[in-house]
Design a protein. Structure first.
Length: 132
């Protein structure tokens, strides 16, 4: 739960593509069961990734939620973790978020992008949380 200072420095120096490669490498292995991408989708994903790194990475990675306010909202909440992210650095942050929010940690099939890669399974998991 925090930005890698080296990536912020790279972005500030205009090395957005290099920062993106390092960022994606840190996410870990991809889900082998995720659907493949067409060449057009891959090009779009690369453009989108560069845009994210240039314009959103710093804000997203340095944002600190008001955990007390979220808890007080009484909103239905859960934190999702892709099963392929278990035993990775992402698991610790995910578990901490669930603890801060005092909500369930739900493990779903897939990796970091399980909500995108396995939408039916992810939708069923979200539905199960909402029906509690």
């Amino acid at each position: 739960m925090g930005a890698a200072p080296v990536l912020l420095d790279m972005i500030a120096a205009g090395k957005v593509s290099r920062a993106l490669r390092l960022f994606l490498g840190a996410l870990g292995d991809l889900d082998p069961e995720a659907p493949g991408m067409t060449e057009a989708e891959a090009k779009h994903a690369l453009r989108n990734g560069r845009c994210f790194m240039a314009n959103e990475y710093g804000t997203n990675m340095t944002y600190a939620p008001d955990w007390e306010r979220v808890r007080a909202s009484k909103a239905v909440s859960a934190v999702f973790l892709g099963e392929l992210s278990v035993d990775t650095p992402r698991e610790a942050g995910t578990r901490a978020a669930a603890e801060y929010l005092d909500c369930p940690l739900v493990t779903i099939p897939g990796a970091h992008n399980g909500l995108r890669d396995r939408p039916v399974t992810a939708a069923n998991a979200v539905r199960d949380v909402l029906e509690r």
